[in-house]
Write a protein that binds this ligand. Structure first.
Ligand SMILES: [Mn+2]
Length: 309
């Protein structure tokens, strides 16, 4: 039986997009699938309220879905097809603009419902701050959860511009409640790097040098996978609010993502910081949609023996 939470979200989806638009998306992400049988559940969190440089990630979830029109449902990487996979898209949450506390409550309520129904949430940002209320809710269900985060930025400030709840504090907030493995950070103030080194269960700055170590430490514990898209070099991912040069390539990221999906017990994930209006070519949204496809297709039956080189 569909609970009130789902009905509310579907109502938001239906009222936000015309029938014609929804049909145009059919077969891909938006409003697709049935909640009851879904393993992965997509949910949009269009929040960019603390973005300090270039806002716009609130348009990320819809751009990712729109890019999925041009995406094949079949993944040659995993040998699986979305059409044979049980997943659902619940549309976007609706936030009270400017109210972080209520935004957190909405995210927490929705994510708690999804995990308590035995499903895996895939939250689409929005800015990276949405990871905190989401991961905190997943922690209520999985007390031994680890967070593996990809991000060009440390996000290890205790406060930023007078705010404790800021995108620049996300990893600091998460590290206070669960083991954090931070991969790819190459920007931050000295104190952030020091704290990340000291506090993180695993800190692999600049690249994926210590990713295998991280996976070993995580083992079969439940894993929350958080992908801030700016970890990928802006040459491949220009559509993001705070681009940070000297990142990893899209291929490197993709290989590592597939390896993680095949070898870790991923129970929740998010994809954040897609700011589509900063990349009119659509390439950034296409990459985000492709990443989402691989996450949705992952599951217990997937097996990749070794990391692709
Ligand atoms: Mn970032």
């Amino acid at each position: 039986m569909i609970d009130c939470f789902v009905v509310e979200l579907l109502a938001i989806t239906a009222s936000t997009f015309s029938i014609q638009t929804m049909e145009a998306f059919s077969g891909k992400y938006l409003a697709s699938g049935e909640y009851e049988s879904a393993e992965w559940v997509i949910l949009g969190a269009p929040f960019d309220g603390t973005s300090s440089f270039r806002p716009g990630s609130r348009f990320g979830p819809m751009a990712l879905r729109q890019a999925s029109i041009g995406l094949e449902s079949y993944s040659p990487y995993q040998g699986k097809d979305l059409e044979k996979k049980q997943f659902a898209d619940l549309g976007d949450l609706e936030f009270p603009l400017g109210n972080i506390e209520q935004t957190f409550e909405k995210i927490s309520g929705a994510i708690s419902n999804i995990v308590n129904n035995g499903k895996k949430p895939l939250l689409l940002g929005g800015e990276h701050l949405i990871t905190f209320p989401s991961a905190k809710s997943v922690l209520q269900k999985y007390s031994d959860i680890h967070l593996l985060a990809f991000d060009a930025h440390c996000d290890f400030r205790k406060e930023y511009l007078g705010q404790k709840f800021s995108h620049a504090c996300t990893m600091h907030l998460c590290s206070e409640i669960m083991p954090v493995h931070l991969i790819g950070a190459r920007s931050g103030i000295a104190e952030e790097f020091e704290r990340a080194q000291e506090v993180c269960a695993m800190f692999s700055p600049f690249n994926f040098g210590r990713i295998e170590e991280a996976l070993e430490a995580i083992g079969k514990n439940p894993l929350y996978l958080s992908i801030d898209l700016d970890v990928i070099d802006p040459a491949y991912m220009p559509g993001t609010g705070t681009p940070e040069p000297c990142g990893i390539s899209a291929n490197e990221f993709f290989d590592t993502l597939l390896w993680i999906l095949g070898n870790a017990n991923v129970v929740a994930a998010d994809i954040t910081e897609l700011s589509p209006m900063l990349d009119p070519s659509g390439a950034s949204s296409a990459l985000a949609a492709k990443i989402a496809r691989e996450i949705i297709l992952s599951g217990t039956s997937l097996h990749i023996a070794s990391k692709a080189k």
